[in-house]
Design a protein around this ligand. Structure first.
Ligand code: ATP
Length: 303
């Protein structure tokens, strides 16, 4: 992978479309102070995904948009296109199907940045990853700004380590490791949440088991109650049936007694009639009256 062209349009002092062609061999930019040499390096960092306005020598990212000059109005957007020669097909697998990679970053006021890779919209992270895998990037020590050589000479061991890691081509791995660590952390947090949920579910399960036991006991008691009520009703019915039998028996006996009394009364009437017939016709004979009671009993009174 080799940078072959950098095109700036509305980026800082490059208000008109400007191409910086990077051919084989060394490419140099020569110009007086303030002509925009550092802006070119910043454009390169920016298109590779730089997100720190300070790295662009600005207060906000929109400061990279051409701010206007005495003779030209300000622009509303800035765009930088980086063309990469990928003839050797050394780009990361996801982007390795073309001979040339064209990465475009465009910033519009109030809308922020958008990236395109070979015409396809991509995320900033995809672009950063592409360069990290190629062991370069917006913060690569290979991009040396003014005064940086002196800084490198006096660099701390960690900064030197970054340079060595990049030379070894493992910066992408570090980037991926960082992302993997973030994902792992996310997964751990998710696991902790799942543990919480499992704990809550276990508590709920215990409550439900208790309720299920109570319901089973309730059903059991209900069934026993229904059986007891059935038995009680049968006992009451049985007692009533026995009483009914006894009452019927008593009624039958009373009816028989009444029949017997009727028979006796009939006989008494006959006896009286016979006795009256046998009596002489006399006035001082004792009078016999009888009163027959409505129920059929005969009361005999002798006066
Ligand atoms: P030096 O050699 O002093 O470092 P240089 O050639 O690197 O200078 P730069 O610092 O890249 O030049 O460019 C600075 C120029 O860019 C200044 O003239 C500044 O006015 C101009 N500039 C920076 N930002 C913008 C912007 N947003 N709009 C218009 N011009 C800008």
């Amino acid at each position: 992978m080799r940078f072959s062209r950098l095109r700036l349009n509305g980026f800082k002092s490059f208000v008109d479309p400007t191409d910086l062609v990077i051919d084989d061999g060394l490419t140099g930019v020569v110009g007086p102070n303030g002509c925009g040499k550092s802006n070119l390096l910043e454009a390169l960092r920016w298109v590779m995904g730089e997100n720190r306005p300070t790295a662009m020598r600005g207060g906000g990212m929109e400061d990279v948009i051409f701010a206007g000059a005495a003779t030209r109005p300000a622009r509303n957007h800035a765009e930088v296109t980086l063309s990469i020669d990928n003839a050797e097909r050394l780009a990361p697998a996801a982007f390795n199907d073309a001979d040339t990679l064209e990465i475009i970053r465009r910033i519009t006021r109030d809308l922020g940045s958008a990236y395109r890779l070979n015409g396809r919209e991509v995320r900033a992270r995809d672009v950063q990853m592409l360069f990290a895998d190629a062991s370069t990037g917006s913060q690569s020590p290979a991009l040396v700004r003014q005064g940086q050589i002196a800084e490198l000479i006096n660099a701390k061991p960690t900064a030197r380590r970054r340079i060595l890691e990049e030379a070894a081509g493992i910066s992408g791995l570090y980037q991926r490791r960082h992302e993997a660590e973030l994902k792992l952390k996310g997964a751990e947090q998710n696991l902790a949440r799942v543990d919480d949920v499992v704990e809550q579910q276990a508590a709920q399960l215990a409550t439900l088991a208790r309720q299920a036991r109570t319901a089973a006991r309730y059903r059991e008691i209900g069934e026993s109650l229904r059986a007891a009520e059935g038995l009680l009703l049968w006992l009451r019915w049985n007692a009533a049936e026995t009483m009914r039998g006894a009452a019927e028996e008593e009624l039958r006996e009373m009816a028989q007694a009444a029949a017997r009394a009727d028979g006796l009364a009939g006989k008494a009437v006959e006896t009286r009639a016979a006795a009256e017939a046998a009596l002489p016709n006399s006035n001082d004979r004792p009078s016999i009256t009888n009163e027959i009671e409505p129920v059929g009993f005969v009361r005999i009174a002798i006066h």
